[in-house]
Design a protein around this ligand. Structure first.
Ligand code: WTA
Length: 676
């Protein structure tokens, strides 16, 4: 495997530097062949899975954009992740290694190991519980609001086993956000925990779940997993502890895996955007698992010998695909770490790598930047040379963070990429491929579209952009793992993703292709904010702000942050006669946390008397953002009131001065989740 270095994506490269790489040309040639093969290429990948029945059509595109993959094929996700692994002789091999947050040198280890045999037993028992005790049937929906504990994947697999779909809500979301998502998905049952551990404190998940369920009439029962021992009120007839109801289920319970159609939904996961309610992305079974199988091999070069650690929370797509289904599908060991990567000491993450012998590491730029901030002495304390492949995900990685991690953990030699994908794509779409033709790495770049995936950077008219010109990222043909639709709203699915460039999937990201064909995703072209890699829509945050009686109007924009990539800041116009005050500011920040969840903590609120708007009174967040990052605001002839730009600029500068004069050392709050 040849891994060489090329220029980072700095101004020099943009100006036309570039280093031609032999492997890149070779890769692009191979890639073209996979595209020429079309759906047949993906058939060869899919046939490496173990189907109950083979498909009769690889791709049904009769009703675009609602494409269906492997139509007629029958399979089951739980069968593939569990039963098949037993059949391959992996019963005694660790499937899940879990480590709790509280471990520190000198303390007893807080760890659980589940072999594939034990996983199979627990998944079968949980499936029996769902089906026979709770009456969950094929096609029903089960909601999960859980911390990172082994019961989480067990229950996801159990739902999949009986043909129920699941919908996960990240544990940093509020009761209101949880209720909205559960209702939208039509969840009948909610599984939560008595609490989750976060930086040594207990997050009262059950309390939040109770409020949510009161507002989500579809939910009739609640199962509570004991994790923290926190005393929680239990509603008779509705709530039960997992261990109590599971004690009725024999150890040798067997539930046959349901024969699911390839295009049956496996799960619904909500993403939020700039307008409207969160969109429930519906993922299928056959296409999704095929993409995971392919990417686990190509991107992670996975084998059953690997100790594989993806640091994401299962509450997000990365956790669904690459903590749970991807690694288990391949018979690897998936390491689940419960809490903050730097708690109780900044070297927790490096000590996890050392103690468990992690060989493949999948993490995020935010996590890496927080490690950097703590200093390299913490890394040097640990042996991390077991790591043979690393990747990052969730946001663009700055070359400094890339180089730091590559030098310290990657010994300046292991393959390391920045994998681009999104909730909608189901799995990785752009990456360098240590398990395939490995190209030279360029720090900060994403690499190339994976085989069989047709990604392009296009200009406003949908034509391939010139090299080094900023354009928009599109996927030009269906791929396995694509959404089936937006739950309850197929029209919106069509409108949001398939209407801007008819026939192409519009990803909503800005990107550049350099002269060697490498893709560099630059960030969102819409007003979606990535906070520590977590995807937040401005809409929900703004809706929360305007619910306050003092607020007339609000705009939320992402401003650059050294560690977390971006953080949301609220610009607020108060109602006439309302006084600006620190306490009002705090109340507004609190309100957003309450309404949307700790994950959506505003970094600040800035009071202004006007905001840049178009003549049709639409707030121009793009202009606000440009002002904040000190970029030219571009054409402002459509702005109704140009003075508003100056006011935003002034208010922001004032805030920055205030911040720099404040005492340093504010404790970062990750909003109830590890930096993922
Ligand atoms: C961003 C996360 C640059 C991008 C899997 C995308 C990235 C959004 C990268 C999706 C990367 C993800 N480089 N940007 N390697 N990976 N993004 O749905 O803006 O939470 O549109 O899925 O994250 O976020 P989501």
């Amino acid at each position: 495997m040849s891994v060489s270095w090329a220029l980072p994506f700095d101004e020099k490269v943009l100006a036309g530097g570039g280093v031609r790489s032999q492997a890149a040309d070779e890769y692009l040639k191979e890639h073209r062949v996979t595209l020429q093969k079309g759906a047949a290429f993906w058939e060869s990948v899919a046939s490496e899975l173990d189907w109950f029945e083979k498909w009769h059509a690889a791709l049904d595109s009769s009703n675009p954009p609602f494409h269906k993959w492997f139509v007629g094929g029958k399979l089951n996700a739980s069968y593939l992740c569990v039963d098949r692994q037993l059949a391959l002789g992996r019963a005694d091999k660790p499937a899940i290694v879990w480590e709790g947050e509280m471990w520190a040198p000198g303390l007893p280890s807080e760890s659980r190991v589940l072999t594939y045999g034990e996983l199979s037993r627990e998944v079968n028992r949980a499936a029996k519980l769902l089906r026979d005790v709770y009456g969950i049937a094929r096609g029903d929906t089960v909601g999960f609001y859980l911390p990172m504990i082994p019961e989480f994947p067990i229950l996801m697999l159990a739902a999949a086993r009986i043909g129920a779909k699941f919908t996960v809500v990240f544990s940093g979301f509020s009761a209101e956000s949880l209720a909205e998502r559960l209702e939208d998905a039509g969840a009948r049952l909610l599984v939560t925990a008595d609490g989750g551990m976060r930086r040594g404190a207990v997050i009262p998940l059950k309390e939040t779940a109770d409020k949510a369920v009161a507002a989500a009439p579809s939910v009739r029962s609640v199962i509570v997993v004991r994790r923290t021992g926190l005393q929680v009120p239990m509603k008779p007839g509705r709530d039960a502890f997992y261990e109590d109801v599971m004690s009725q289920i024999p150890d040798d319970a067997v539930v046959d895996p349901a024969r699911m159609s390839s295009e049956d939904p496996l799960f619904i996961l909500h993403t939020s955007g700039t307008t409207g309610r969160p969109k429930g992305q519906v993922h299928d079974t056959g296409g999704y698992l095929t993409l995971l199988h392919a990417t686990m091999k190509w991107v992670f070069d996975i084998s059953e010998r690997d100790m594989y650690w993806c640091t994401a929370d299962i509450g997000w797509i990365t956790g669904h695909s690459y903590v749970v289904f991807g690694p288990l599908l391949e018979g690897a060991t998936t390491l689940m770490y419960e809490g903050a990567l730097d708690f109780p000491q900044p070297d927790k993450w490096a000590s996890v790598i050392e103690r468990h012998g992690v060989s493949v590491l999948y993490t995020s730029p935010t996590a890496i930047r927080s490690f950097m901030k703590n200093g390299e002495a913490w890394v040097a304390k640990h042996r991390t040379s077991s790591v043979r492949i690393m990747h990052s995900v969730g946001e663009p990685i700055n070359p400094e963070a890339f180089r730091w991690m590559h030098r310290l953990v990657g010994r300046s030699s292991v393959p390391f990429g920045s994998t681009w994908w999104m909730t909608e794509t189901g799995g990785i779409m752009i990456s360098v491929l240590p398990g395939g033709t490995m190209v030279a790495m360029k720090p900060g770049s994403n690499g190339f579209p994976i085989p069989g995936v047709d990604i392009e950077v296009v200009d406003d008219s949908g034509r391939r952009s010139e090299a080094l010109q900023r354009g928009l990222l599109v996927i030009r043909r269906p791929w396995p793992g694509m959404p089936l639709t937006i739950h309850n709203d197929p029209g919106r699915y069509k409108e949001v993703y398939w209407s801007r460039f008819p026939g192409f999937f519009y990803a909503g990201d800005y990107a550049v292709r350099d002269e060697d064909g490498y893709i560099w995703v630059l960030g969102r072209a819409d007003e979606v904010i990535k906070v520590a890699g977590h995807r937040l829509g401005t809409y929900e945050l703004e809706s929360a702000l305007v619910q306050h009686p003092a607020v007339a109007e609000a705009a939320v924009v992402g401003v650059p942050d050294e560690v977390r990539g971006e953080v949301p800041v609220g610009f607020v116009i108060l109602k006439t006669g309302v006084e600006r005050s620190e306490s009002l500011k705090e109340a507004l920040i609190r309100l957003v946390r309450e309404k949307v969840g700790p994950v959506a903590s505003l970094k600040d609120v800035i009071f202004v008397s006007r905001l840049p708007k178009t003549r049709s009174a639409k707030i121009m967040r793009r202009v606000v953002r440009a002002v904040l990052v000190g970029k030219p605001v571009g054409d402002i002839s459509t702005i109704e009131d140009e003075a508003s730009v100056e006011e935003v600029r002034g208010a922001y500068l004032e805030l920055q001065q205030e911040v720099s004069s404040r005492k340093a050392g504010d404790q970062e709050d990750n909003g109830g989740s590890p930096p993922t």
